[in-house]
Design a protein around this ligand. Sequence first.
Ligand code: GRG
Length: 304
Amino acid sequence: MIADGATLDLEVLLRGERAEVERALERACAWLAEELPDDLFQPARHAVLSGGKRLRPILCVVAHRACGGGTGPAAYDLGAAIELIHAYSLMHDDLPCMDDADLRRGQPTPHTLYGEANTARAGLALIPAASLWALRAATDLGLGATASRAIVIELNRASGAGGMVGGQALDLLGEGQSLDSNQLDRLHGMKTGALLTASLMIGGIAAGATAGTLAGLESFGRGIGLAFQVTDDILDATEVAADLGKHPSDSRLAKSTYVTLYGLNEAAEKARKLVEEATGALRDAQIDAPALIALASYIVEREK
Ligand code: GRG
């Protein structure tokens, strides 16, 4: 069920959207099973279906709806394409040559079950698969060449060297160093914020949003993207690994975080301000979307 409007209940919204997203991810995995050899499909499937908040596909479908798009399965397939990129990024991030993490989402990481080589290859296979799946969803939504191309460009721009991959590279370079607030904002705007922002933009593009509306979604995405990371750092500093469902913590990895930079209270205040500015950007662009505003609050109030 889809909740929206004045009576919006965040729990109902998340439960309903997550159920639809899981169905879309099952469809994507059924296709991947045909595309990939089994030794790559198994780690890919584990990474894609092992839970998580499903924030990126949810932002995509909620933005799509806010811009006048429909609620059919193809919109969720579009969101699932973004989640394929997210899944690959987590598989690779957890590898022994990167964070060397054995636990994520309360479950063993793919390389601990399926080996490092096949997990690395399966992650790589998900990158082109995401664009192909997005194109299929765009076709099912009845989109023309211009919008389909814009969606694939947005997805690849956000996940590539100017976005997530570039941010990850800055993150690795920054280990053991004290980064200032501009450096942290740039790093996380790329590493985490770019794909969250693209999720909103892709939903908007698919619904035929105007340039002004897309600009509003972009500003909103930048704000909630940083707020998401500040909150992650707060959770990382205050929760035990078992509650978060992941190892290891950023402090063990000697990374600069918003908490090491600002302290807990000031970091929480920064997250709150970012959400306020983000929702202001929606208002300025005259995007009436209570569900997006509720998701922005969820991003800073979540416990995982
Ligand atoms: C080697 C330079 C280089 C790049 C490889 C691995 C990689 C590309 C990029 C990884 C970047 C990364 C780990 C981004 C994810 C950041 C993040 C906030 C993850 C957690 O997202 P949630 O909380 O996760 O939405 P769930 O589990 O809820 O899906």
